[in-house]
Design a protein around this ligand. Structure first.
Ligand SMILES: C[S@@+](CC[C@H](N)C(=O)[O-])C[C@H]1O[C@@H](n2cnc3c(N)ncnc32)[C@H](O)[C@@H]1O
Length: 530
């Protein structure tokens, strides 16, 4: 250490001792034991201070002793006093003395080194000469400041060591870094194990970057999303998908169902499920979010009264043919606070007792399992990373899930919420698996799968949702104008009339909003023609 300019021992009034703004320690911590010791023994080692003004001194070492002395009512204290130090020298000596006595945590050390560089202009080489350690050591300490606050907190409270954190800082993706930190803490990983995990994650990322995109995808602009009918998923090899999560059309009058009869609807779903069964791994899960048809008016939509058409039997039969069995059923309860319409809105004086109608606030998610043994990844880290925690299990295992519906601005009338996809993907797939949604809609499954380090793949045949998918997946800002629903509806009806005259139009097609839109269009056309 460089020779100090003037060093004396003096009795100082406690009021002349001010705060040292450049002291590396940010918190004095718990002073209980020190207070007991000073009360009993007095102050055995004099604090070290620097003279900074006529009658003003800043602590270099011993700030905790000074705090206790003040609290115990000391009026004066014997101190070792240095004079003639610059502000940077005071900061540097505070650091060196506190490091020597192991008084600083790694974040305090890093913050101090940053200050020495940024505010006092020291280079790494100069810091090395001043006793801060090699350039490599100071750079590593500085890299700790780039870690998310949560991980810095884990380091300060001893859940992670500096060696753990240096390994973690090599992960580029913050979410992935936080997940790995959580795993390391929960499973008591050594820093070497964290290092191995980081290496594997890097290899996977490089592999993903190099992965060839199937030839027909770039032309369509959204990697991993095929804008075509999912009854043919020739792009996906047999048993290449780890999980299928999907929500097919329900046949409840949505814009993308317009023009299809009930039988055509069933054939469509059957065809897509058959292809999904082919590409799903043996023992894999096919999670199906689909409700019964609540306002069914018969196959042709011509019955006078609507009723509920239960659908589980159809799905069960259909999937049994492909070797699936229904393993579990989850009821997604939609949080009633998120509905604009009050549940009691239809209750009036005219409501007839015993004639009440139930307000629809739930949907099932069927968990079908394909026959066979599911392959388990050979990499133990993948297994550990994929595991859900006990806390998550407590939320995921009960059969009723309370989740708010997706916000309305999805660019698609029927998106399911991210949280629903997140739970299913976390429970039934491994990190790195391919997760498929053959009825992609707005792209929710692919988006959430990617957030969870899975490969998301989806199929959507209706090009009106391409822009919504691109937005959700952050592919590019698109300026595509979507065809207004009314234009689409009119076109579909006209095509039907032209191609299949006399074919009964299912009532379901005549959903109120759609028909209003269509008659508006027709009125407009007539007026223009006239
Ligand atoms: C209920 S929505 C899915 C919504 C989706 N879960 C989301 O979060 O946005 C069903 C979607 O499947 C699409 N679809 C229907 N039949 C299809 C088929 N054979 N191939 C591909 N997509 C299809 C429809 O156009 C519709 O967008």
């Amino acid at each position: 250490m460089k020779d100090l300019k003037v060093k004396t021992i003096k009795e100082l009034n406690v009021n002349s001792l001010t705060r040292n703004p450049n002291h590396p320690r940010k918190e004095v911590g718990d002073l209980t034991k020190l207070t007991l010791s000073i009360r009993h023994e007095g102050i055995l080692t004099p604090p070290v201070v620097a003279k900074v003004g006529e009658n003003t001194y800043q602590p270099i070492d011993g700030d905790r002793r000074l705090e206790v002395a003040k609290a115990l009512g000391y009026e004066s204290l014997t101190c070792v006093v240095y004079e003639g130090l610059t502000e940077a020298e005071i900061a540097q000596k505070s650091y060196i003395l506190n490091v020597e006595r192991n008084q600083l945590n790694n974040i305090e050390r890093a913050l101090h080194i940053k200050k020495m560089k940024d505010e006092f202009g020291y280079s790494h080489d100069e810091l090395e000469i001043l006793g801060y350690g090699s350039k490599g050591q100071t750079s590593k300490l500085l890299s700790l400041l780039d870690l998310p606050e949560e991980i810095q907190g884990n380091l300060i409270n001893g859940e992670l060591t500096k060696a753990h954190c240096i390994e973690l800082s090599k992960i580029k993706d913050t979410k992935q870094m936080l997940r790995t930190a959580k795993l390391a803490i929960e499973n008591d990983w050594s820093s070497k194990k964290v290092g191995n995990t980081v290496e594997r994650l890097k290899r996977n990322t490089n592999k993903a970057a190099k992965k060839e995109i199937p030839a027909n995808v770039p032309a369509q602009g959204v990697p991993g999303v095929y804008f075509k009918d999912a009854k043919d998923m020739a792009e996906l090899p047999k048993e290449s998908v780890g999980l299928v999560l999907t929500s097919p059309p329900y046949f409840n009058g949505m814009e993308y169902e317009l023009g299809f009869t009930y039988d055509e609807h069933l054939e469509n779903v059957k065809g897509v499920l058959a292809e999904s069964a082919r590409v799903l791994v043996k023992g894999g899960i096919l999670a199906l979010n689909v409700a019964d048809i609540t306002n069914f008016k018969g196959k042709n939509g011509t019955d006078n009264r609507s009723r509920i058409q239960p659908m589980l039997h159809f799905y069960n039969l259909c999937l049994r043919k492909h070797g699936f069995h229904l393993q579990d059923e989850i009821i997604w309860v939609k949080d009633s606070n998120s509905f604009t319409q009050d549940d009691a809105v239809n209750y009036t004086d005219k409501t007839v007792h015993t004639q009440y109608r139930i307000v629809d606030r739930h949907e099932p998610i069927y968990i079908f399992k394909k026959k066979g043994d599911r392959p388990i990844p050979s990499d133990e880290n993948i297994i550990l990373q994929s595991r859900i925690s006990k806390e998550e299990w407590k939320v995921y295992a009960p059969s009723a899930w309370q989740i708010s519906p997706a916000p309305r601005n999805q660019g698609h009338p029927n998106a399911f919420p991210d949280e629903l996809a997140r739970r299913i993907i976390r429970m039934y797939s491994f990190v790195g698996d391919t997760v498929l949604d053959p009825f992609l809609g707005s792209g929710t499954t692919v988006k959430v799968a990617r957030e969870l380090d899975r490969d998301g793949v989806g199929y959507e045949r209706d090009l009106r949702y391409k822009a919504a998918i691109m937005r959700k997946l952050g592919v590019a800002e698109v300026e595509e104008r979507q065809e207004p629903v009314s234009d689409f509806a009119a076109r579909q009806l006209e095509e039907l009339e032209a191609n299949q005259p006399g074919k009964p139009k299912v009532e379901i097609m005549a959903s109120k909003g759609m028909m209003e839109a269509v008659s508006e269009m027709r009125k407009e056309k007539k007026m223009t023609a006239a």
